[in-house]
Design a binder for this molecule. Structure first.
Ligand SMILES: Nc1ncnc2c1ncn2[C@@H]1O[C@H](COP(=O)(O)OP(=O)(O)OP(=O)(O)O)[C@@H](O)[C@H]1O
Length: 225
């Protein structure tokens, strides 16, 4: 579990998150929704130790410093070393050499060998996203933080990503954000809204047919404005 307690993050005089608390549980995908600029990426940066903040973040009761190698954050830009090949970038992401045979077991046809041999600067936005997802599937980290991973993926890749997230969450805490409600409708187990400096858990049960758009609109109508 990832536990956040009274986390506050400000940039200069602008408070983005004000004393927010939440628990993201293992075996579930915790999905964060919220308008542009609400603070989703900022929260993820705090979870990954990339921003200073007040309040606490614990990973199964331990501070980030103790578990850092088990935390795998993926940000929207999917930063890669541009002059290195896809394979070499996987090496850096995983801390070990990665063979095509390893990739093939998880890539399921969405990323081929020739693409991984190209320098990363020649990869499309969607291919970079898929490279990171392959890295995740091979690393099997305990804590996964995904900022807009589904952005830019084609139809088949989205089906693969959905199945990949279902696999990943079996032994991980997965926290994700993104604006594609129709994709996350069948991915999200727990839903949190980031708005007005706050973070609140919404009533949502995808097994009962709940829709994220309805949950979002209800929160928007009745939540803090
Ligand atoms: N380094 C920074 N310095 C100053 N302000 C920042 C910085 N990073 C983010 N902000 C501000 O913090 C607020 C939250 O930004 P953030 O990127 O977390 O939003 P978001 O919810 O991820 O948005 P989106 O849905 O557009 O990705 C915004 O007002 C943004 O301008």
């Amino acid at each position: 579990m990832i536990s956040i307690r009274n986390l506050t993050k400000s940039y200069g005089g602008h408070t983005v998150l004000n004393r927010v608390s939440a628990e993201f549980r293992a075996g579930r995908v915790s999905y964060l929704l919220g308008p542009n600029g609400a603070g989703k990426t900022t929260l993820f940066k705090c979870l990954a130790g990339l921003e200073t903040h007040t309040g606490t973040v614990e990973f199964d009761g331990r501070p980030l410093a103790d578990v850092r190698e088990h935390v795998f954050p993926v940000f929207d830009d999917c930063a890669l070393y541009p002059h290195l090949s896809g394979f070499e970038n996987l090496h850096f992401l995983l801390g070990r050499k990665t063979l095509w045979e390893d990739v093939r077991t998880v890539a399921d046809g969405v990323l081929d060998r020739a693409t991984l041999r190209k320098p990363a600067r020649a990869l499309s936005y969607g291919q970079r996203k898929k490279l990171y997802t392959v890295g995740l599937l091979l690393a099997r980290p305990s804590y996964v933080v995904l900022d807009e991973l589904a952005n830019g993926l084609d139809y088949d890749s989205l089906q693969w990503l959905r199945a990949s997230l279902a696999q990943l969450k079996q032994d991980s805490v997965v926290v994700a954000s993104g604006h594609q409600f129709d994709f996350y409708d069948r991915v999200a187990d727990d839903v949190f809204a980031v708005s007005e400096n706050g973070l609140s858990k919404l009533d949502f049960n995808h097994a009962a047919g709940d829709r994220l758009e309805d949950a979002y609109l209800a929160h928007h109508a009745h939540g803090p404005r």
